[in-house]
Design a protein around this ligand. Structure first.
Ligand code: TRP
Length: 335
């Protein structure tokens, strides 16, 4: 990694390799990571251990892990400036997770809204305990690297708060063991809603069930055009101000891709038909995805290079993670 005189603040974030990336993850997260990569010291993880809580098919997990790594790079994260690594390649994540679990009251985890939603859906008797302790593993991911900031979406705020609570808890018992990180919830990133559910954020789990929910970063142009053409709107004859939720979402996407506000996008399209808006949005998406897909294909054509990027990064971050783990082990009496 390149070195400059003044140390830059460190960021760490991660995405689960549980489904192909969609436009919402790109415009809401990845694109900001890419833009900010010179401001920070960058740690980007592919959190395959978290994905295990969903019991993926083993081959699919392996292939989605490589896909996501290649996609990080194709979207513009530069392996020369960013650590790009797979969580399970660094054993310290699970090692620290156990120690943190012993410091985590059940009540804290019981209050996590993501766990509550998933346990309501699956039933508390049957849901695996990995879903319950998921935020503790996430805290380990962050604390191992002394991250200053954690760039995430609003839905992860509660998990970052839990991470901070855990760090403060051990720090207050045993002196300054952990750096206490802060969530970095970007205001510039777009909040993209589902094409078929404009009142709900675009989500990987819904996209896995309904193709029309999301544009995937690997969708070919004709698929992009078809999905956008079928996006939910309303029965108005033309774009009006204020726009309904579906139209507002299309304007948000258009604005994000053309680097203008949704309000400015509305001015462009006010009075125009929905089909004019939809084809402009589809073309903007195709234009953005075309170079990403070309880079992606190049990266996947050289699997050896990709796996060595991941291995080299894991070897470097392993040293950082182990130093933190050792500090924690000493603090709790394990060494
Ligand atoms: N829980 C995060 C999500 O679903 C993924 C994640 C795992 C993560 N470990 C992390 C995000 C560490 C930030 C930092 O989006």
């Amino acid at each position: 990694m390149s070195q400059t005189a003044a140390p830059r603040p460190r960021v760490l974030s991660g995405i689960q390799p549980d489904f192909s990336l969609h436009l919402g993850s790109y415009l809401g997260a990845l694109r900001n990571w890419v833009r900010d990569q010179d401001r920070f010291e960058n740690y980007f993880c592919i959190v395959d251990l978290h994905a295990l809580t969903q019991h993926p098919d083993p081959e699919r997990l392996r292939s989605l892990t490589l896909e996501l790594a290649a996609m990080y790079i194709a979207c513009g994260l530069d392996p020369e400036r960013c650590e790009i690594f797979v969580q399970s390649h660094v054993p310290a994540h699970t090692q620290l997770c156990w120690i943190l679990e012993t410091l985590t009251p059940m009540g804290w985890l019981d209050r996590m809204t993501q766990f509550k939603a998933r346990s309501q859906a699956q039933g508390r008797e049957r849901i695996n305990t990995g879903v319950f302790t998921y935020p503790v593993l996430q805290a380990a991911d962050i604390l191992l690297y002394d991250a200053d900031f954690v760039p995430v979406g609003e839905d992860q705020r509660q998990h970052i708060e839990l991470c901070r609570d855990l760090a403060n808890r051990l720090n207050s018992q045993r002196g300054d063991v952990f750096k206490v990180p802060e969530a970095l919830i970007s205001k510039v990133g777009a909040r993209v809603m589902g094409l078929d559910t404009p009142d709900e954020k675009m989500s990987k789990s819904i996209a896995a069930e309904r193709a029309g929910h999301a544009v995937l970063l690997l969708d070919p142009p004709d698929v992009v055009r078809r999905k956008v053409a079928r996006a939910t709107t309303d029965n108005e004859p033309a774009v009006r101000n204020p726009a309904g939720a579906g139209v507002a979402n299309l304007l948000e996407i258009y604005g994000a891709l053309h680097e203008v506000s949704a309000a400015a996008a509305l001015e462009v399209f006010e009075g125009k038909s929905y089909s004019v808006l939809k084809s402009a949005v589809a073309e903007a998406i195709v234009d953005a995805l075309t170079p990403i897909q070309a880079r992606y294909a190049g990266i996947r054509a050289d699997e050896e290079r990709l796996t060595s990027v991941l291995a080299e990064s894991a070897a470097r971050v392993h040293l950082v993670a182990d130093a933190t783990l050792r500090r924690v082990q000493e603090a709790v009496g394990l060494r």
